[in-house]
Design a protein around this ligand. Structure first.
Ligand code: HEM
Length: 193
């Protein structure tokens, strides 16, 4: 992977996560995420790999059309900070690939905690020196599971695979996103997690 060139992408350089392997396994079981989903995600990674920019176009348009979401990328006057949006974008793209292709091991767990903190006052804005609000509201983090899941289906279908295969890849993607957002909830409510 060519992730070394992505500004602020610190995969492998953070951690360890406060979440242990046993907690991860229990969470995977709770979202019904199994080996067949891992295999389907690998195939999804092949299909989505060269469509990342097009997916990001859809997601950025969605965020751009929703002022309550743009607010997380806005400066003190409420105007979107373009440099901030531009710097986060390649990391978001890399996340699509990581979700599909990385093993969900300790390094992955550690980066989940890092992404989580980058949505909270602990680390939001710091990576990109952005003059913006100090956290992403947890309710929107959860709500975004819906568009981030439903919009991917068309891209998976473009891979020319059988319908049952598209279903399996989409299902695995849905579970992987829910799993991650569940992990990202931890720093928002450490005592209750
Ligand atoms: C950063 C994913 C929800 C605003 C990121 C990154 C990823 C990501 C992969 C980059 C992590 C890195 O630095 O390597 C997601 C996913 C979400 C979600 C999968 C929901 C399922 C949201 C929502 C908002 C938001 C709802 C705003 C309303 C941001 C901002 C950053 C960011 C502002 C930059 C944080 C920083 O300053 O480092 N997100 N996100 N995210 N996301 Fe999200």
């Amino acid at each position: 992977m060519s992730e070394t060139a992505i500004a602020g992408y610190d995969y492998g350089r953070v951690g360890p996560s406060p979440v242990g392997k046993d907690d991860l396994e229990a969470l995977k079981a709770a979202v019904l995420f199994g080996p067949e989903d891992e295999a389907a995600l690998r195939r999804a990674g092949e299909v989505l790999g060269d469509q990342v920019e097009a997916i990001l176009d859809v997601w950025y348009a969605f965020v751009g059309a929703n002022p309550q979401l743009v607010a997380a990328f806005a400066g003190p006057e409420g105007e979107p900070v373009t440099t901030y949006l531009d710097r986060v974008r390649p990391r978001f793209g890399q996340w699509i690939k990581d979700t599909c292709l990385r093993p969900y091991d300790e390094a992955w767990l550690a980066y989940q905690e890092e992404i989580a903190e980058r949505h909270t006052p602990a680390k939001k804005n710091k990576t990109d020196h952005a003059p913006s609000i100090d956290h992403v509201p947890l309710r929107y983090l959860i709500a975004l599971i819906s568009p981030i899941t439903s919009t991917v289906r068309d891209f998976l279908a473009r891979g020319d695979r059988p319908a049952a295969e598209v279903d399996a890849m989409h299902e695995a993607w849905r579970k992987a996103v829910i799993l991650q957002v569940a992990l990202w909830a931890r720093p928002y409510a450490p005592q209750l997690w």
